[in-house]
Design a protein around this ligand. Structure first.
Ligand code: 13P
Length: 258
């Protein structure tokens, strides 16, 4: 049984005061949740957030990690450093990193491996641009992005990742993939995981990301291969983040509706 995961990606947002308010809001509604909640915060706030989240059951995550372990790499943050702050997750390969920082599929795969070696679960982002979707290249893009990961990781490591399908045209635009569109890509990812390892195919959570909101979450989460969300804008408001997580149907409900 895959426990649903809802991870907030705060991106370049927050400050000491706002972080405290947001986290206290999330904590106040988190106890009633059967799903797993995580927040991926800007690196300078890891210590603050780690302290506020202590014993809360809400997982701490980072938004990127270096593909190097140690040394002369100015500005980088290593997996070992994230481990020091108790990070359970780190996002790798977000389209904003791929686009603005020229990260390649191989860089993303290396980062995922560094995270795993430090005992941190990488949330590996994949997704196509609008132009690629219109040219019907979505499957090829997803294959290339996933293959870079799957060829580097051994089957055992693969079972420990989380994948996030984030169609780039849906990020921060208010446009969401329809549940059927998202499910189609999630099923492709699931199949690739299965081919690598039956355990990974069964157990790896595949999140949807891209303008996920309280209004559209339930329909997306009813899809059999959508195991939660990677949420940007709506994760900056505690009530919206919690409403999205609360929209996850219980596993029994999903089975009955299928
Ligand atoms: P939005 O939810 O703001 O579209 O962002 C999605 C995203 O990029 C999460 O990583």
């Amino acid at each position: 049984m895959r426990r649903k995961l809802f991870a907030g990606n705060w991106k370049l947002n927050g400050n000491l005061v706002a972080n405290g308010t947001l986290l206290r809001g999330i904590k106040s509604g988190a106890d009633a949740m059967q799903v797993e909640l995580a927040v991926c915060v800007p690196a300078p706030y890891l210590a603050q957030c780690s302290e506020i989240l202590a014993h809360s059951g809400i997982a701490l995550g980072a938004q990127d990690v270096s593909s190097h372990t140690v040394g002369a790499y100015t500005g980088e943050v290593s997996a070992r450093m994230l481990q020091d702050f108790g990070c359970r997750y780190v996002i790798v390969g977000h389209s904003e990193r791929r686009e603005y920082h020229c990260e390649t599929n191989d860089d993303v795969a290396n980062k995922a491996q560094r995270a795993l070696a430090a005992g941190i679960t990488p949330i590996i982002c994949v997704g196509e641009t609008l132009g690629e979707r219109e040219k019907e290249q979505t499957t090829g893009i997803i294959h290339a992005q996933m293959n870079a990961i799957l060829s580097l990781l051994d089957p055992h490591e693969t079972a420990d990742i989380v994948v996030a399908y984030e169609p780039i045209w849906a990020i921060g635009t208010g446009k969401t993939a329809t549940p059927d569109m998202a499910q189609e890509v999630h099923a492709i990812i699931r199949h690739m995981l299965e081919v690598k390892s039956a355990e990974a195919g069964r157990g790896v959570r595949i999140l949807y990301g891209g303008s996920m909101r309280p209004e559209n979450a339930e329909a997306l989460l009813r899809m059999p291969d959508i195991d939660g969300g990677l949420i940007g804008g709506a994760a900056l408001r505690a009530t919206d983040f919690l409403s999205i997580a609360a929209a996850a149907p219980s596993p029994d409900a999903r089975q009955t509706e299928k």
